[in-house]
Design a protein around this ligand. Structure first.
Ligand code: FPP
Length: 251
């Protein structure tokens, strides 16, 4: 049995949706005397490993925080390197996503990303649109506050045209205006690199999520680390506001 299999979790319910804040590429590189861009390059290699780990457990939804609205403030050379890496990742993954029947989605503001990246995304999103079992979402040019503003703006437009009635507004109606649309909320949010922050990531969708913080930098967060996070999740009791006793007595 391989070490990945040994670490494959075996207890409580598996998560349906895992979202990951992939942090620590820069520090991973700096501790090795490398340029930050090298850290991102190794970060992309790790994305490929984690896609496999997600397949190992038949994970239905995986969302990766790849570029935030705040990341534009980084040095130009680093932003350019991230966009190049994103472009080549999408180019390399396209056929694999189609072959494995994984739907690609983007959560975030597509406008603002370089035209070649937008084109690449639109092409792969269209080619994988009809797959329904597995979804890979990339959070790109994403921030929760921007998402909320965009949702309210679009909802207000729908009110003006009479498509929506504020009197019947409830959470499920508003949820449809978020970038994540009909996707289920994340069950588990993982953040790597020892930072204990949520950094404007899926704030509303994570209202009842479990959080898992790893000390490992993202390029070192390997399959075993992923499976260990899933294992930790399966050992937690999610109460959604109820008491333990209520949960134990429910059928
Ligand atoms: C945080 O590390 C990471 C990012 C800002 C980008 C994450 C991007 C990747 C893993 C590569 C691109 C992804 C895809 C899907 C192609 P950091 O640079 O903030 O690290 P630091 O906190 O150590 O400086």
């Amino acid at each position: 049995m391989s070490s990945a299999n040994e670490a494959t979790p075996s207890r409580g319910t598996l998560p349906t949706h895992v979202a990951i804040i992939m942090d620590g590429n820069g520090r991973w590189a700096q501790t090795r005397g490398l340029r930050r861009e090298e850290g991102h390059r190794h970060g992309v290699e790790n994305v490929k490993r984690i896609l496999e780990a997600a397949r190992d457990i038949d994970l239905r939804y995986l969302t990766l925080y790849a570029f935030s609205v705040e990341n534009w403030k980084r040095p130009r050379t680093e932003v350019d390197a991230l966009m190049r890496l994103l472009d080549s990742f999408l180019k390399a993954q396209r056929d694999d996503l189609i072959e494995k029947q994984v739907r690609l989605r983007v959560v975030g503001r597509l406008d603002g990303l370089p035209g070649r990246v937008v084109k690449r995304i639109e092409e792969t999103v269209a080619a994988t649109r009809d797959f329904s079992r597995w979804t890979l979402s990339l959070a790109l040019n994403y921030g929760s506050r921007t998402e909320i503003l965009d949702a309210i703006r679009n909802y207000a437009k729908a009110v003006q045209t009479g498509e929506e009635d504020p009197a019947s507004l409830d959470w499920s109606a508003l949820q449809r205006y978020l970038y994540t649309g009909e996707m289920p909320d994340p069950d588990l949010v993982i953040r790597t690199s020892g930072e204990h922050r949520v950094s404007n990531f899926l704030l509303l969708q994570s209202a009842y999520a479990e959080y898992f913080f790893s000390e490992k930098y993202w390029p070192d967060f390997d399959k075993d680390a992923f499976h260990a996070a899933i294992d930790a999740y399966r050992n937690r009791q999610r109460r959604f506001g109820l008491t333990s006793a209520q949960l134990q007595s429910s059928p």
